[in-house]
Design a protein around this ligand. Sequence first.
Ligand SMILES: [Zn+2]
Length: 324
Amino acid sequence: MNQTVRCFFTLTLTLALIASAIAQQELPKPYGGTAPDAQIPDDGKVRIINFGAHPDDAEIRAGGTAVLWAERGDQVKFVSTTNGDIGHWKEAGGALALRRYQEAQDAAKVLGIAKSVVWDIHDGELEPTLANRLKFTREIRLWNADIVIAHRPNDYHPDHRYTGILMQDSAYMVGVPFLAPDTPPLLKTPVFLFSHDGFQNPPFRADIVVAIDDSIDKKAAALALMDSQFSEGGALGHLNPRAVAAVADPTLIPAQRERTVERFKSQAEGIANRYRDKLIELYGEEVGRKVKYAEAFEICEYGRRPNRAEILRLFPITPPKSVQ
Ligand SMILES: [Zn+2]
């Protein structure tokens, strides 16, 4: 090798090493590159993770919007933070947890979402502990979430409330490199949202209302498959004579499923009517007035505060086919 070639080779190698060092610096790696699970890389799709306390909550609160997200190629993951093992009046324990896990998978298939997972934490026993905060933080990071959804912390059920608390406790921590350093921190700040409820102390504020006219049928069909919760009445089914009758006589289940479909259509209709002004603001006067079914979300102030343009990009806010 003559002098010129050696010089050229050394220069090329030096430049390559500098470029590699710069590339390395772009990503903080306090975890030393030893993360057990790789974070899913950004691919231009919106990545949504919805924490519900029980296998049915994410489906009830955001099932219609999830269908619309999935249909435009966005990646939706539902996480049930408990296994639902006391969510029936006549059966409980591992067998019920397995039954509800299967119901969540069946619903996910109808909704067309990417993933539905159920944590093995007993129903009614979720606590806002450090261990669960780390669990939330890792789950959000690994999904590389742009949008995180959970219950409000004043919802009626303790598991719902603590799911909301744990989401808020993780909102800042998802970006902090040395908390849970085995899982790479997010390099962006997600939008954190509360899903809709009717509790009044304080009242829900509808910041984003999504028309689900084109997905209400899939949402209602998915929920109708969750027999343990609706056809059979769930944890308080013994107070519902139709649910008691359906458990005794399974030929009554199809009629119960039809009632479930009507129940959730009517709920989504109520949300559209209650937040009509926000529908008009987001969809325009003509479409906003005609929307029949909706889901609503409140922006949590701890994460990213999206402006109107970002809301229109992140959410499937396009006029439903049925009202065009
Ligand atoms: Zn629940």
